[in-house]
Ligand binder design. Structure first.
Ligand SMILES: Cc1cc2nc3c(=O)[nH]c(=O)nc-3n(C[C@H](O)[C@H](O)[C@H](O)COP(=O)(O)OP(=O)(O)OC[C@H]3O[C@@H](n4cnc5c(N)ncnc54)[C@H](O)[C@@H]3O)c2cc1C
Length: 383
């Protein structure tokens, strides 16, 4: 793996960094306090190519690869984790549709996502009774003539109330477990798609999280994505890539927390000297930096493997597991090193701390990541 960035990767990272600094960061606190979904930002992210970083130019993407995508996610997340999760899910939906769609579906839906016409994408897999175990889902899709009719409920759907394109999983046969699942593309506003209550969350407060209910929601038959019965495979493929997005988000949030802590401790005086002069805070910041760098390397390695067409399931889980747990540790230390000021919203570290918490839960909990890593590692020693 080459540790030097290419010109394209540098350009995407710098573009995202400038946009994050000038347009996203100044509003992040207000977005968080007032739970504002930053609709206007997504049009601009689309114009910069950041809603389809790893997609071909033909479908409106930046064609810049997975490493560039990861770098861009880190930059946007450092400014606002809520904005970055919607960006991540949109890229994930666009990539999944691109990978499994017919040409007509690609032209219609991938372009709608990368251009911002859909505002954002949403990924509807989890249900009230099926999170870590999506094969337990109960939503059904029944073929009726030239249509599919969906019934059931999805839970925790990021950007669900704002998404113009939603990738939805449903059971299409009574075959047990994961065998009878299929994947569909549902457009926002389709009759029978009911947007539920917006969750009042600890963090990511300007990210929209809702339940979605399907009541005889009827979509054209050609909105089946991939083959009937292939849905579980599509979900696993999408989640592998999605985990690189969340690992990148964790790195971005942790970096912002470390930078804020360095600034604060150099300025804050205690016992007549800056807090940053004491050895204990210095060692804490040294540990934060080491852990952040380790997470960045794991994340960029997983991105590089995906970009170069190599297996990356285990590496994506390792990156997501380590980076999300690292972000929680780093944000905790950032609050600690701010003392009482770390606990109030005048300084951003309390937001970083709240935003980091969900990272060990969504796109597969830390326990699920350990299951994947163990399974893939044991496979290596089977022969
Ligand atoms: C803010 C937010 C946004 C989200 N966005 C989306 C989204 O856009 N789309 C979507 O589909 N989902 C989304 N989710 C759902 C998320 O992916 C699930 O919450 C997550 O997968 C865990 O599922 P669960 O909440 O049902 O927990 P459960 O599966 O009930 O797990 C509860 C606990 O049991 C542990 N556990 C479960 N099974 C095992 C096992 N076999 N071994 C060891 N431990 C186990 C888990 O690790 C966890 O600690 C979101 C969640 C949140 C909070």
């Amino acid at each position: 793996m080459n540790l030097e960035l290419t010109e394209t990767q540098t350009l995407i990272r710098d573009t995202a960094r400038k946009f994050a600094k000038e347009k996203v960061a100044p509003q992040a606190r207000t977005f968080d306090r007032e739970e504002i979904f930053p609709t206007a930002l997504f049009k601009e992210l689309a114009e910069l190519g950041l809603l389809g970083v790893n997609l071909p130019a033909r479908y409106g993407g930046a064609e810049a690869g997975v490493v560039a995508y990861s770098l861009a996610m880190m930059e946007i997340a450092a400014a606002c984790a809520s904005t970055s999760v919607a960006m991540s899910v949109t890229n994930m939906c666009a990539e999944l549709i691109h990978a499994f769609a017919t040409e007509a579906q690609r032209e219609r839906f991938v372009t709608k996502l990368t251009s911002g016409e859909a505002v954002v994408g949403a990924f509807a897999l989890s249900e009230p009774h099926a999170g870590s175990d999506p094969a337990a889902m109960r939503t059904t899709a029944v073929r009726k003539g030239d249509t599919w009719v969906l019934n059931g409920s999805k839970q925790w759907i990021t950007s669900g109330a704002h998404a113009g394109v939603i990738v939805v999983w449903a059971r299409t046969s009574q075959q047990p477990g994961n065998k009878g699942l299929s994947c569909f593309i549902v457009e926002g506003g389709t009759k029978g798609l009911i947007i539920g209550k917006h969750e009042d969350k600890m963090g990511l407060r300007s990210s929209n999280t809702v339940s979605l209910t399907f009541e005889d929601c009827t979509i054209p038959a050609d909105q089946l994505l991939g083959k009937e019965g292939e849905g579980f495979k599509l979900a696993m493929v999408a989640l592998d890539g999605g985990r690189i997005g969340i690992a990148s988000q964790a790195c971005g949030v942790a970096r912002a927390a470390l930078e804020a802590t360095v600034r604060y401790t150099k300025d804050r005086q205690a016992f007549k000297q800056p807090v940053a002069e004491f050895q204990v805070p210095r060692f804490m910041m040294a540990d934060m930096k080491v852990q952040l760098s380790a997470a960045e390397l794991l994340t960029l390695r997983a991105a590089y493997l995906k970009e170069t067409g190599k297996p990356f399931t285990r590496e994506a889980s390792m990156a997501k597991l380590y980076a999300s747990e690292m972000a929680n540790r780093v944000c905790d230390k950032a609050v600690q090193l701010h003392g009482g000021y770390g606990y109030i919203d005048e300084f951003p570290v309390e937001r970083y701390f709240r935003d980091a918490r969900v990272q060990t839960i969504y796109e597969g909990t830390s326990e699920v990541q350990r299951m994947v890593i163990a399974r893939e590692t044991l496979k290596l020693f089977n022969s």
